[in-house]
Ligand binder design. Sequence first.
Ligand SMILES: [Zn+2]
Ligand SMILES: [Zn+2]
Ligand SMILES: [Zn+2]
Length: 97
Amino acid sequence: MADTCTHLTEVEPVSPSSDGCEDCLRIGGQWVHLRMCQTCGHVGCCDNSPNRHATAHFHETAHPLIRSFEPGEDWWWCYVDELAFEVPGAAPALSHP
Ligand SMILES: [Zn+2]
Ligand SMILES: [Zn+2]
Ligand SMILES: [Zn+2]
């Protein structure tokens, strides 16, 4: 585990792909919380959700960074470094229905 995430320099501002977990919406699944990939904007569900699509997305694509897509939550998570952190100056999480 690293002390700092080295992947943050690689991310560009991205737009969320969906208002909900795009994989759950496709299969009619349900989610608990949403996470957004900071490489491509994929919106997936958290590890408390039955289908864990955010983590599945990392395993499929190796996109390392997600952030919370929940209103009022500013934390990021790097799967590769297994590190949670906040990014000073980053826009707050977008609200969604
Ligand atoms: Zn990292
Ligand atoms: Zn999902
Ligand atoms: Zn991605």
